[in-house]
Ligand binder design. Structure first.
Ligand SMILES: [Zn+2]
Length: 179
């Protein structure tokens, strides 16, 4: 059993297979590494289980892709469950080495997309999100072991190779068992 990571999300449901924000979603030249849970910017994001923070850092930055705002990630080792990357956060309230309890706040939902900088050259899935007014969400990835993410293969929560990273797993399987 784990705790749903966004207490204020409108529903505790995940996007269905192939839907926007679903795990492995085909985005043309890239596939989605995690799942997106939509919630208003500023909503708390909590640990799905007890664990230890491995790392925090920048997830997206306008210097890398113009339509991105700066957002943050928190990588947490949840022994016996997974290593979870909570991403696209406005801020983080924990740091590397911290122990966290299940349900403890890790940070807050950020606004990953800057609609005013999304142009016709942006990927179709980004333009679709903006059309639907969706710019804030938790991007959650689950890994079997600590990921090594190279800039060639991983960017903004997507992988660019034909096959998913071998240690990546479907967060839906883990969140299926929420309290
Ligand atoms: Zn995502």
């Amino acid at each position: 059993m784990v705790t749903w990571p966004v207490p204020d999300s409108p529903a505790q449901t995940l996007p269905g297979k192939g839907e926007p924000g679903s795990f492995g979603e085909d985005r043309g030249d890239r596939r989605h590494c995690g799942i997106d849970i939509r919630a208003p910017a500023g909503s708390p994001v909590v640990a799905i289980a007890d664990g230890t923070v491995i790392e925090t850092g920048v997830q997206t930055d306008p210097a890398w892709v113009p339509y991105w705002n700066r957002t943050w990630f928190v990588l947490v080792d949840h022994p016996g469950t997974c290593i979870a990357r909570y991403a696209e956060l406005a801020d983080t309230t924990v740091g590397a080495g911290d122990s966290v309890r299940e349900g403890e706040c890790l940070g807050h939902i950020g606004r990953v997309i800057h609609p005013g900088r999304v142009t016709s050259t942006a990927p179709a899935y980004i333009r679709e999100l903006v059309r639907n007014g969706i710019t804030a969400m938790l991007h959650l990835e689950c890994w079997h072991s600590r990921p090594v993410l190279s800039g060639d293969m991983y960017r903004g929560g997507n992988w660019f190779g034909p096959e998913p990273p071998s240690t990546l797993c479907d967060p839906g399987i883990i969140l299926n068992d929420c309290r």
